[in-house]
Ligand binder design. Structure first.
Ligand code: 6PG
Length: 254
């Protein structure tokens, strides 16, 4: 395989439900370990539709809900649409309905750090979210214990779309106008994503199969396929895939 970072691992599951269950176990274990090591955990959530089942599992299923260290985990968003928090397209609203709303009295509201995407100025929202990230980490940089990411059908991840300015950003959080969406997005920068202790990609569905094969087995072209440029520099990069998404792979070895 081309562009195969040594720290990359792939796991394939029969269907999205099995993938979500495996992801829930992986996330729960990593948060428990982070709290044990540091007294708290930091988790960057992905948006889109794939992780919704995962978030619901964590909050609904006792085997996860009762183990997950909710009170010690700080939740962030790896990207957000430039919409208010109650908008149907908001990643925060998706996570709130699937997970946060089921945890009142368990998950302290101050542990949820949403992007202030209601700001009329996307760049101001990005700057303020950068400051929030750095405030919580109390550092000049941030290293998330775990960052969840998906892959768009054309190979974007977070809101790092092909050919957009976000790919060049070095600030923690940036805004970018996405021509194909005719909309602004706010996104973690490549450097912030790559500084994670671990990255968990969740990719499911046959509509991702062609791009996944190109991304994992083709030449490295991160401007064209931004997800290729995102690996945990000093950590682990794990891809949880369903069989439909791996249909075009020549091999599912890491
Ligand atoms: C977003 C996501 C985005 C998503 C991919 C995959 O805001 O849409 O952060 O990067 O992860 O587009 O989305 P699906 O899971 O819906 O396929």
């Amino acid at each position: 395989m081309n562009n195969n970072p040594a720290n990359r691992r792939l796991q394939v599951f029969t269907d999205p439900a099995a993938l979500a269950r495996a992801a829930a176990e992986e996330v729960t274990r990593r948060m428990i370990a982070a709290v044990r090591a540091n007294g708290r955990a930091t988790l960057a959530l992905s948006g889109g539709s794939t992780p919704k089942v995962l978030y619901a599992l964590l909050a609904d299923e006792p085997s996860f809900r009762e183990r997950f260290p909710w009170a010690e985990t700080h939740f962030f968003f790896g990207d957000e649409r430039h919409v208010p928090p109650d908008d149907k397209d908001s990643n925060y609203r998706m996570a709130k309905e699937a997970m946060f709303d089921k945890l009142s009295g368990t998950l302290p509201p101050e542990n949820i750090h949403r992007v202030p995407a209601e700001s009329p100025d996307a760049y101001e929202a990005a700057t303020n979210y950068s400051l929030e990230v750095l405030r919580v980490f109390g550092e000049t940089t941030a290293c998330f214990d775990l960052t969840l990411l998906g892959m768009g059908p054309e190979g974007h991840t977070a809101s790092l779309f092909p050919g957009t300015t976000g790919l060049r950003e070095t600030v923690p959080v940036a805004a970018a106008y996405i021509e194909k969406l005719a909309a602004y997005r706010i996104t973690f920068s490549p450097s912030l994503l790559k500084n994670s202790a671990a990255i968990l990609f969740l990719v499911a569905g046959k509509d991702k199969a062609d791009t996944l094969a190109t991304v994992l087995e083709g030449p490295s072209e991160p401007d064209k396929y931004p997800i290729q440029g995102i690996t945990a520099d000093d950590g682990e990069t794990l891809w949880l895939l369903d069989q439909a998404a791996t249909a075009k792979l020549s091999s599912t070895r890491s």
